[in-house]
Design a protein around this ligand. Structure first.
Ligand code: SF4
Length: 206
């Protein structure tokens, strides 16, 4: 498998990206264009970024094997959008085996087939659903809310709500506390129990 670009690798994260000690591996590339994106590097051309094959990434992050095993942790794939790279993640899982838990931080703004494939190899998901109102969603991200919400329903049916945390950001100038409450209520109706509502930190330059 060819090497793919990453915007960063961040070790020793505890309680941020899933169970136990995790290393965040952030892919380059994202289908959305959020107005207050904090990861601009993943939207720019990938020149100059470090690239890894699954084996090369495994060799690099394996330095924390004992931490992962001892805490039930592992690797969290973020980005950007990790579900654009399901072949890479499946290849990585083949190498790391069952001892490491994999987590994916995703907007679910991908083809449903990618959700089906990744559900076979990733244990836990952190879904950045952003907003339920399609007009607000589109204004903020440029994307299609229905696609993300349909994929969320699919993901819940495949892995169960106990493996899915859904983030609901309140974004200055785009949605309100009442909008977030509506989004959270819709998630509750879908059986989501782990809802992370928070006020989004707008970058100072925005
Ligand atoms: S989904 Fe994340 S990485 Fe992609 S544009 Fe939005 S904030 Fe940036």
């Amino acid at each position: 498998m060819e090497a793919v670009p990453f915007i960063g690798i961040d070790r020793h994260r505890l309680g941020i990206d899933g169970v136990g000690v995790t290393t965040l591996a952030a892919f380059h590339g994202c289908p959305l264009r959020c107005k207050y994106c904090l990861n601009h590097r993943c939207l720019e051309p990938p020149e100059g970024l470090a690239t890894y094959t699954p084996q090369q990434l495994y060799d690099r992050v394996g330095v924390d094997n004992l931490y992962f095993i001892a805490t039930g942790g592992g690797v969290c794939f973020g980005g950007g959008e990790p579900l654009l790279r399901v072949d890479f993640i499946a290849g990585f899982k083949e190498i790391c085996g069952k001892g490491w838990n994999l987590t994916a931080e995703t907007s679910l703004q991908v083809e449903p087939e990618a959700v089906r494939q990744v559900a076979l190899v990733v244990g836990d998901f952190i879904v950045d659903i952003k907003e339920s109102n399609p007009d607000i969603y589109h204004a903020y991200t440029g994307g299609d809310a229905a696609r993300a919400w349909d994929n969320l329903g699919l993901l819940l049916s495949l892995v169960g709500p106990e493996h899915v945390i859904v983030r609901v950001p309140q974004i200055a100038g785009y949605n309100t506390e009442a909008d977030c409450a509506r989004t959270a209520a819709r998630l509750g109706e879908m059986g989501v129990g782990k809802i992370d509502r928070f006020v989004y930190r707008v970058p100072p330059s925005a």
